[in-house]
Design a protein around this ligand. Structure first.
Ligand SMILES: [Cu+2]
Length: 732
């Protein structure tokens, strides 16, 4: 019924664009990912084959996940951010179960440009509970690419670390004269936390019109830490999403329009004082790509409405504000991106782009009936906050010889921000004791804030220069320099509450501290130099070793100063511009030990990351620096069987951020196993994570505040213990 063309236009363009991508770790390579059904889907855009190629720059720093890596990521858990954990230089830190945030080369969160379908989605929450990747289920991801280090300007802007890009599936079409009806459904179970997931997609299409429907669901209870250490509170979640995509395809043109909604009725945040008690995102995303005589054009437009509600879930007991604390956010995002790729003769390509992104945000905390502390008025944390960005770039890729090419890019981003007047719960008056203290502190802070001018216009510019040299068929060297700039986010500039309670609601660090914004913050500017050396056999089939050292100096790095320390050890911190440096090495290797009809294919692979980050003003380590870590993996494929084993090794975390009181964590080693079998239109997968049920603390997890609230014992956030995972995917 379905027609599979091995090289659709977009697959080809991706293959060409990443022709120099030489990621070697198991699960990381240059291919475009397939449907989870594994071959059941069909994509056919033959007219785009020739002209759509080369629509994005070749860069060794760009790595895309293989279909196998995507499948394994889906089996391990329902978080799209976790798909990237196998990529060198990328680590993750957890907030909620489906809201992990990526860290690239020691720089986290907003420092990473995170794109879903080419759209930058800003978190609409002072705890960054709803980051971009939390809106897309791993089942809906068709391609996942990470760019660490020297990021081409066409893939960056308003970020200093790198880019993480996830694309939902493109519409599928039938061959001329045929009708395509295709789809898949997947169900999965995780024993730890009793998690269930389901996802499905159905498409009906002819050769020019395609209509598809996607749905996904995931729910899980609190997980258990390893070695009988018990439940980790506030790690439960439930989420559901669905969307409809209409695709039109004619000649060299593709038009796709997606309308969808994601609902997360609850999600616990183990390292925050608050939990998410509802999050609804409604979005419209349009995309046009066309191939012309002069080159290719890619246009995207989007609109998104996010309404976000926080409170304490029932297992976060023991607070002074245990009776709850409603906090609300409303956000509107809208924007467009236009990209053109213009070949200039055989040897040169010019890429130009223009884009606009609007973020509007309201963050307010309604009064709690009967509470002296949280009332009688509404606490307006961000009142009509606006952050708009206009980006423009030009990028020139030149092939000087068949063995040497360069990439030069310049980019400007103008970021405009403003916000309205704010107010505390109550204006300080004749109340007694602590209440008066809090009301007086926040009243004074609100008055000081309202007296300031909050308008900012940051004119930022970025530069990327990259050279790539293929010495012979077995060695290549790529090196470059990038200047990248990020403007502060709305909370970094505009969070204003200075009482302990109000400030502890601000912060996406999981460290238990309270945060105050700083209206005087300037953009942070990173200067990065990096080289990538790549050794491999001529055909790139048997072995591969890649080593990438880097150094980054960040002017005006947005870090913190400590205004006050509380009795419990946590502090009141204010964002401040410091200078910082980060340096490290990412390395990966792969060796195909055998490949024969008799023994199948066996591949050993490894990755290793090491990073150090230092605040050069406060003379302390930067926050969220992963200790030295690596993965050693083995993959065997035999006919319709596939097997995978890996050991994840993480060194003791001894370098910490003293400003935030970051916890030290011991080293650990975890063994994970999985296997899959394809039978006709069904794929069965089973896995065992953390086989020996080891107890481990997450080096970037901060403190387990859910447990702290309930037990009074403060400890780092524990990793998940053993989990049996199973999934079945049916394609039709
Ligand atoms: Cu939130």
């Amino acid at each position: 019924m379905s027609v599979v063309l091995p090289f659709s236009g977009r697959v080809l363009s991706r293959a060409v664009r990443l022709a120099f991508c030489t990621a070697l770790v198991s699960g990381v390579c240059v291919a475009r990912a397939a449907a989870p059904g594994g071959g059941g889907g069909s994509v056919s855009l033959p007219e785009l084959d020739v002209d759509a190629a080369d629509d994005a720059p070749a860069s060794s720093a760009a790595m895309s996940l293989t279909p196998e890596a995507l499948r394994r990521g889906r089996l391990n858990g329902p978080d799209t951010a976790h798909l990237f954990s196998s990529i060198p230089g990328v680590s993750l830190y957890s907030g909620g179960g489906i809201s992990s945030l990526p860290v690239i080369n020691g720089m986290a969160d907003d420092r990473v440009a995170t794109e879903v379908d080419g759209v930058r989605i800003q978190s609409a929450c002072p705890n960054h509970m709803n980051p971009a990747l939390s809106y897309v289920s791993p089942d809906m991801v068709q391609s996942a690419t990470a760019v660490a280090g020297i990021t081409p300007v066409s893939m960056g802007g308003d970020s200093i670390a790198g880019t993480i890009s996830v694309e939902r599936r493109d519409p599928q079409f039938a061959r001329r004269g045929k009708v395509l009806f295709t789809g898949w459904a997947r169900g999965a179970y995780h024993s730890n936390g009793n998690g269930w997931e389901g996802a499905a997609r159905a498409t009906v299409a002819n050769d020019w019109l395609s209509l598809s429907y996607d749905a996904s669901y995931a729910a899980r209870g609190n997980y258990h830490a390893g070695d009988g250490a018990g439940v980790v509170r506030s790690t439960l979640y439930k989420t559901a999403s669905h969307d409809v995509t209409l695709g039109l395809h004619k000649g060299g043109n593709l038009l796709a329009l997606t309308v969808g909604q994601t609902d997360t009725p609850y999600e616990g945040f183990a390292n925050q004082y608050m939990d998410m008690t509802n999050n609804r995102s409604t979005f419209v995303n349009g995309k046009y790509s066309g191939a012309f005589d002069w080159g290719t054009l890619d246009v995207r437009g989007y609109w998104q409405r996010i309404s976000h509600v926080m409170n304490d879930l029932s297992d976060k007991g023991g607070h002074s504000w245990d009776t709850g604390m409603p906090m609300n956010d409303n956000s509107r995002l809208a924007g467009y991106q236009i990209k053109a790729s213009i070949p200039l003769g055989r040897w040169n390509t010019l890429r130009v782009g223009n884009g606009f992104d609007h973020q509007g945000l309201n963050d307010w905390w309604p009064p709690l009936p009967g509470s002296m502390m949280m009332g009688p008025g509404t606490f307006h944390n961000v009142n009509n906050g606006v952050r708009d960005r206009i980006g423009n770039y030009a990028e020139w890729e030149a092939r000087w010889t068949p063995r040497f090419h360069t990439l030069l890019g310049v980019r400007s981003d103008v970021v405009m921000m403003n916000t309205g007047a704010v107010s505390p719960y109550s204006v300080a008056s004749g109340m007694g004791g602590m209440m008066m203290g809090m009301a007086a502190t926040d009243t004074a802070a609100a008055n000081a804030f309202n007296a300031q001018d909050h308008r900012h216009t940051d004119a930022n510019f970025d530069v990327t220069a990259l050279g790539h040299w293929d010495a012979d068929g077995r060695f290549s060297l790529e090196g470059g320099y990038a200047r990248k700039t990020r403007s502060p986010n709305l909370f970094e500039r505009y969070a204003w509450g200075r009482s302990g309670m109000a400030a502890s609601m601000i912060g996406w660090f999981g460290d238990g501290n309270g945060y105050v914004g700083n209206n005087g913050l300037t953009p942070e500017i990173a200067n990065t130099a990096s080289v990538t050396a790549d050794w491999h056999d001529a055909a790139r089939e048997v072995w591969d070793v890649k080593v990438q050292p880097y150094y980054t100096y960040v002017h005006h790095y947005v870090n913190v100063v400590r205004l006050k320390s509380y009795a419990n050890g946590f502090g009141l911190l204010q964002f401040a511009n410091h200078d910082a440096q980060l340096y490290g090495i990412n390395a990966s290797g792969r060796y195909r030990a055998w490949s024969s009809p008799r023994w199948g294919k066996g591949v050993f692979s490894a990755k290793f990351d090491w990073v150090r980050g230092q605040d050069l003003v406060a003379h302390t380590g930067l926050y969220h620096q992963m200790p030295a870590n690596g993965v050693v993996a083995f993959d065997e494929t035999y006919g319709k069987w596939s097997g995978h084993a890996d050991v994840q090794l993480v060194k003791r975390k001894s370098s910490v951020d003293a400003l935030r009181g970051e916890p030290r964590t011991p080293g650990y080693a975890l063994l994970n196993l999985s296997a899959g079998y394809q039978w006709r239109f069904a794929r069965f997968e089973a896995g065992l994570d953390n086989v020996f049920n080891q107890h481990a603390y997450l080096p970037l997890g901060g403190y387990s505040l859910g447990d702290y609230s309930a037990t009074g014992v403060l400890a780092p956030l524990a990793a998940m213990g053993r989990s049996v995972n199973a999934s079945v995917t049916m394609s039709f």
